[in-house]
Design a protein around this ligand. Sequence first.
Ligand SMILES: NC(=O)c1ccc[n+]([C@@H]2O[C@H](COP(=O)([O-])OP(=O)(O)OC[C@H]3O[C@@H](n4cnc5c(N)ncnc54)[C@H](O)[C@@H]3O)[C@@H](O)[C@H]2O)c1
Length: 343
Amino acid sequence: MSKYLITGGCGFLGSNIAARLIRSGLPVVTFDNMSRVGAHENLKWLRELGLKEHVHGDLRQFDDVASVVRAHQPDAVFHLAGQVAMTTSLQRPRLDFETNALGTLNLLEAVRESVPQAAFLFSSTNKVYGDLTHHRHEETETRYVMPEFPGGLPETLPLEFQSPYGCSKGAADQYVLDYARMFGLNTVVFRHSSMYGGRQFATYDQGWIGWFCGQSLLQAQGRGEPFTVSGNGKQVRDVLHADDMADLYISAAALASTCRGQAFNIGGGVENSLSIIELLRFLESELSTKLRWVQMPPRASDQRFFVADITRARSALGWSPKIDWRSGVRKMLGWVRDNGCRL
Ligand SMILES: NC(=O)c1ccc[n+]([C@@H]2O[C@H](COP(=O)([O-])OP(=O)(O)OC[C@H]3O[C@@H](n4cnc5c(N)ncnc54)[C@H](O)[C@@H]3O)[C@@H](O)[C@H]2O)c1
């Protein structure tokens, strides 16, 4: 029976995958420094589900990382811990670098030393392709469109690291791929678009679907002030529900040795592309309320459009998303309603 180590196991993605494994009776170790809002709630929830092994440690400390890998000898490592907000990376570039770039190198070295045969799956980001402004964008009433890419953006796009977050995740992404080339590790990179779902304690800085669900619920309950939208709200992402993301990691772990050294663009695909304005209109109709918001300048280096071409993931991993965005956002609204909205 495989043993799984999940860094960032008390975060949004990590706790969803951990829960799925625990429910299947598989052994899981979570590793987290508990810095994220909601990490303690997620750990409590995982323990109630049956999590037995949690290690409080910091990716930035090689000894923490090496000792968890050495002690638990995982067959699969899901590397999801990280500094996740673009805004924080601009305020604290050193923290961002040490967590994402150095932290990933620490983990790769620990795996190379103790379990070089393990599957190693890394959550990278579509931000490694930069802000894509040199491509043609068109505007409709509710969204941006990139007419050159009707099927989404492929992995063959040139890399262009922008912002400290883009640089630190991009460096990690390249190290992970290179450890397959240079050291024969079974490493695979997933370049994610936006994800959402239960256990995402969204903040203003990260987790836009959850955050807008929370703000909209507060307004529907007569408690919220107008919220802010950065840019004109026509920014598009192909959103992926956490259940589909958990399927991806668990099924891909068994294929890591055949897919090693490859990067995959991952998202909900063209059918699940969604702009902020379209999300807000959907929430207005679900909550029977007229939402009030204030437009702000665009965030630095924010892509106006990113929809992943998921052809490579479909054919190499046999994976495709199953949850359409409307039913997923309804589920998310329910989760935010039950777990409280943060202002
Ligand atoms: N959620 C998304 O939409 C999205 C999109 C693109 C990429 N990603 C990537 O996926 C990964 C997981 O994202 P998430 O949404 O679950 O984020 P999250 O913030 O919910 O989870 C990250 C976890 O890492 C932990 N952590 C942070 N710094 C650490 C450190 N130094 N040592 C140990 N643990 C540390 C945090 O406490 C948190 O529990 C991240 O690497 C992120 O960059 C996420």
